[in-house]
Write a protein that binds this ligand. Structure first.
Ligand code: NAD
Length: 354
């Protein structure tokens, strides 16, 4: 039986995850009973209950699962803890590492009906339709770091193995093959040795995909191009820290952070979560936008279970609800029909059933 581990986490995670599960059960229809949805604790709540942000039981369940659906973790209640014990660092990084989720995939697409929600000019963001691929388990965030006494200093090291670069770049080409056949590899090859290494491998991999165009861009230029002319990008692939920064920047091209889904993959196994955090400022008020989580659930059906039709049905239902003028508060302008979190979930369900 396919197993989905459900991790609501903290803050609005507890409100948006039930909406995504509700939508999944409706789209799966009779097959919903063939799936095991098992809920576990993670993050701040897990610290309160067990003393650990990623309890052994949760990690084991995730290892056995086909897919994981996560809300968000963290909040001011746990901010007093040392950085390494806080929910974000002590649960998400070890979970990604333990399950080898090396590829973070974040599709960024502007829906025409949300043009006005963007802070950028409509003519700049209207044609945006790209996928940003971030390497997730190597580079600066996992390299050796430390403090030295003489001279008093600190260091972080960026290390990439050949295999780590090959697999993420190859995935970028595979994704591009089914899109507009363009890969932009983002690096800092004018300065960094890891970037020159990365670039050599990207060129090597590209030989297996003659129909896909490969370009290279320095990360500083990429940041500028993402706001200047984002429509030029189809698939961007980049290392961990560059990707961390660029994906947040790119998220604003889709209108609202409440719309952005993501998948972290290792083969067909994936961790699916919205791009945003636990939003403590609005938690418990039934105002959070559940659509990023619902769209993450659609990515799960596609990437892990190969259920393309059902995934497309969810995407179309989300688009229909927005086209009908329904908005959560983060997307609304005066005069819009504003729905709460639960009501937005219900609206997607209703659109699916039509
Ligand atoms: P955040 O993404 O939680 O919130 C940023 C802003 O966006 C807030 O004003 C929030 O109200 C709004 N927002 C976010 N999601 C929304 C949604 N679905 N609908 C409507 N509005 C939404 O980022 P933050 O405030 O920097 O972080 C809050 C907590 O979340 C922190 O503890 C942080 O460490 C954690 N965090 C967790 C993850 C994760 O679990 N993957 C990611 C980022 C931040």
């Amino acid at each position: 039986m396919p197993k989905v581990v459900v991790l609501p986490g903290d803050g609005i995670g507890k409100e948006i995850i039930p909406e995504a599960v509700k939508v999944l059960k409706v789209v799966l229809k009779d097959r919903a009973n063939d799936f095991a949805f098992e809920e576990y604790t993670i993050g701040g709540e897990a610290i309160d209950q067990t003393g650990k942000a990623l309890p052994e039981e949760t990690l084991e369940a995730c290892k056995e699962a086909d897919a994981i659906l996560l809300g968000a973790v963290g909040g001011p209640k746990w901010d007093y803890l040392p950085a390494s014990e806080r929910p974000e660092l002590a649960s998400l990084l070890p979970l990604r590492k333990a399950l080898g989720f090396y590829a973070n995939i974040r599709p960024v697409k502007m829906l025409p009906c949300l043009l006005e929600a963007s802070t950028l000019k409509p003519e700049v963001v209207a044609p945006v339709d790209m996928v940003v691929l971030r390497e997730l388990t190597g580079g600066l965030y996992f390299g050796k770091r430390g403090r030295l006494e003489n001279p008093n200093s600190a260091f972080d090291s960026m290390v990439y193995s050949e295999e780590e670069v090959y697999r993420i770049v190859r995935l970028a080409f595979e994704i591009a093959q089914n899109r507009r056949k363009k890969v932009c590899s983002v690096d800092k090859a004018n300065v960094l040795e890891t970037s020159r290494f990365w670039r050599e491998i990207a060129i090597e991999v590209s030989k297996d995909y003659p129909e896909v165009e490969l370009t290279h861009m320095y990360v500083d230029n990429a940041a500028m191009q993402l706001v200047r002319y984002p429509a030029q990008f189809d698939v961007i692939v980049t290392e961990n820290m560059f990707g961390d920064i660029l994906t947040d920047l790119a998220s604003m091209l889709g209108g609202s952070i409440g719309m952005l889904a993501s998948a972290s993959m290792n083969g067909s196994k994936g961790l699916y979560e919205p791009a945003h955090g636990s939003a403590p400022d609005i938690a418990g008020q039934n105002v959070a936008n559940p659509l990023a989580t619902i769209l993450s659930a659609a990515m799960m059906l596609k990437n892990t279970f190969g259920m393309y039709e059902e995934a497309t049905s969810i995407e179309q239902a989300v688009e229909k609800v927005l086209l009908d003028g329904y908005r959560t508060r983060d997307l609304a302008k005066p005069g819009d029909k504003v729905l709460g979190t639960r009501e937005m979930g219900d609206a997607v369900v209703e659109a699916l059933q039509k």
